[in-house]
Ligand binder design. Structure first.
Ligand code: C5P
Length: 226
């Protein structure tokens, strides 16, 4: 049976992950954060002391990358090459190199079948930068989430501050602007609003309110979950 895929794209800290996770829970779908595929590959790039600009070596890592995603009991776990890497996906070393690595054409090619294969397991909500544009251009429900850059930086700052109270808001804002720039200006699969996507600016919406808004678009059109 063909599975249904709901796509959510958008810039850093636009709420894709919290919103995608809750939407998936409400619909009984699995949730796949495609950014975690690039992040997981980066963990192995770093471990092998590969410079992110050494394209061929980076591509080899991604060609051999095995990803399994588990949504058990309300949690999101990423198993890469048989190792649970969930807790280290968002380390600052990974965050620093991921937009460089994700801009490599062959890395994106290697990530495509991983995204397609994961979506075949069950009806899926998938978040990322190219999901509605390149990976599932024919998806029935596509969303593009966005929010004011200062609000996104504040959200990110609040998350990071819990782990590292020495972090500065100005630095978080600058890093976010740099990452947005790399993701939107890269040649291969740049972040853009996919054709046919509903755009939701959630600057002043909670996660719940954003999901409610999305459900209004989806209502009456969702394939029953198995
Ligand atoms: O969503 P997250 O911030 O974890 O994604 C990390 C990085 O992975 C993004 O900055 C982007 O460079 C890349 N990415 C991508 N395409 C996707 C998902 C993520 O290029 N579908």
């Amino acid at each position: 049976m063909e599975t249904d895929v709901i796509t959510i794209d958008g810039p850093t800290s636009s709420g894709k992950n919290s919103v995608g996770f809750l939407l998936a829970q409400k619909l009984g779908y699995q949730y796949i954060d495609s950014g975690s595929i690039y992040r997981a590959g980066c963990i192995f790039v770093l471990r092998n002391n590969i410079d992110p600009y050494e394209t061929q070596k980076v591509v080899e890592i991604f060609k051999n990358l095995k990803i399994d995603i588990k949504n058990d009991n309300g949690s999101f776990k990423v198993i890469a090459n048989n190792e649970d890497v969930t807790d280290i996906l968002h380390s600052s070393d990974v965050t620093k190199i991921v937009p460089v690595v994700a801009a490599i054409k062959e890395v994106r090619e290697a990530a495509k079948p991983i995204k397609w294969d994961l979506s075949k397991i069950k009806n899926t909500v998938m978040t990322g930068r190219d999901i509605g544009s390149e990976i599932f251009p024919d998806a029935k429900h596509k969303f593009y989430l966005t929010a004011d850059v200062n609000i996104r930086a504040k959200r990110r700052f609040e998350q990071l501050f819990k782990k590292d109270p020495s972090i500065k808001y100005e630095q978080v804002l600058k890093d976010m602007e740099d990452r947005d720039k790399k993701d939107t200006e890269r040649e291969v699969s740049p972040l853009r609003i996919p054709d046919g996507a509903a755009v939701i600016d959630n600057s002043h919406l909670t996660v719940e309110q954003t999901v409610e808004e999305m459900l209004k678009h989806i209502k009456g059109n969702v394939i029953a979950s198995d």
